[in-house]
Design a protein around this ligand. Sequence first.
Ligand code: 4FV
Length: 245
Amino acid sequence: MKCDVLTIFPEIFNAYLSEGMLKRASQKGLIDIHVHNLRDYTKDKHRTVDDYPYGGGSGMVMKPDPFFAAIEALNPEPLNRRVITLSPAGKQFNQEMALELSTEPRQLIFLCGRYEAVDERVRIALADDELSIGDYVLTGGELPSLVIIDAVARLIPGVLGDEHSAEIESFSWGILDYPHYTRPPEFEGLKVPEVLLSGNHKDIERWRRKEALRRTVLRRPDLLEKFSLTEEDKKLMNEIKEDSQ
Ligand code: 4FV
């Protein structure tokens, strides 16, 4: 995973990328992330990146020029770059998209907006994707970029400890995760489900699948619309229905 980020607040990234799994992944050369200060691509002595909105209105708009100059400098070749802008108006980011981006051979370039918005010509002329991390308004595109970088990087083979393969995890299945427990076996009067202490891996797998399905039925039934149930899943769903009678 080779990716570059354009932002007026590079420090935000340095802090997050120098901890935990992403730090180790960079050290292992599994991911290669470079953060650039957009102001380095301005031409005026005040390193201006924003200006008043045409048509009036509150707030400022980010100028197109620094983004164009930066992309020209970072990778003028449209065919081997994938430019991503972040906005609430973008396509909703999800695990499926994370999986797709994790196999993307081209250089990913994230353009982080600030202020009211970014001049629309940046999206029109430069962006390959416009993504949203959710229906709410943030102060900048830095957090959405980090959310996407984190979700994609952990799917790069070798980034997650080999004991944890992304394939076995819930959203990769397309349903919610099952409940997790660790020691002590009883805490605040709350016991760990017996089956998890049984050592019977077949029963444990069955229990985990059933609880994952139960949670999905209760909390995200929308996920089940695009989820193909196995014959075993259908039996579990009947049990879940009976349990709730
Ligand atoms: C956002 C989101 C988001 C809008 C104006 C940055 C802000 C400000 N981006 N998913 N939700 N962006 O709220 O991606 O410049």
